[in-house]
Design a protein around this ligand. Structure first.
Ligand code: MG
Length: 157
């Protein structure tokens, strides 16, 4: 068995859709980045790549590459999962924490969990989604950014 961890933070800005965990969420501001800036899927991609010793999301999907402009970040997750399988591993479970002062994520955690489980081909029980505010401290607490931590476990097929 091997473990992987991932972390990401993106700034919130105007005139952007808010995409989190592959879901479009109604909110006046969205995350700013080269791709769709889905902070959850970026941290998940890094955790997957890390578990299999495959480097990081910046190596695999450079933000200088025009191919990834406004890209759907589900592509990064699905491709990274395939690379893990190609190395002879399967994903066992995912545990993640989203740090957001706003929007309130309590009402969408269950939907995100189901969406991620379907994307990863895992039972819902093997994907856990937690949410915390920034307690009004720092950039996340001022609702200037959203962050995410992810841990994954992989095992030989
Ligand atoms: Mg990112």
């Amino acid at each position: 068995m091997r473990i992987g961890i991932g972390h990401d933070t993106h700034r919130l800005g105007p005139d952007r859709p808010l995409i989190l965990g592959g879901l479009k969420i109604e909110h006046p501001r969205g995350l700013v980045g080269h791709s769709d800036a889905d902070v959850v899927l970026h941290a998940l991609t890094d955790a997957l790549l890390g578990a299999a010793g495959l480097g990081d999301i910046g190596d695999a999907y450079p933000d200088t590459d025009p191919k990834y402009k406004d890209c759907d970040s589900r592509v990064f997750v699905v491709e990274s999962l395939q690379r893990i399988k190609d190395k002879g591993y399967r994903l066992v479970n995912v545990d993640l924490t989203i740090f957001a002062q706003e929007p309130k994520l309590g009402p969408i955690k269950a939907r995100m969990r189901e969406h991620l489980a379907a994307m990863l081909g895992l039972p819902v029980d093997a994907v856990n989604v937690k949410a915390k505010t920034g307690e009004k401290v720092g950039a996340i607490g001022r609702a200037e950014a959203i962050g995410c931590h992810v841990a994954v476990l992989i095992d030989t097929i």
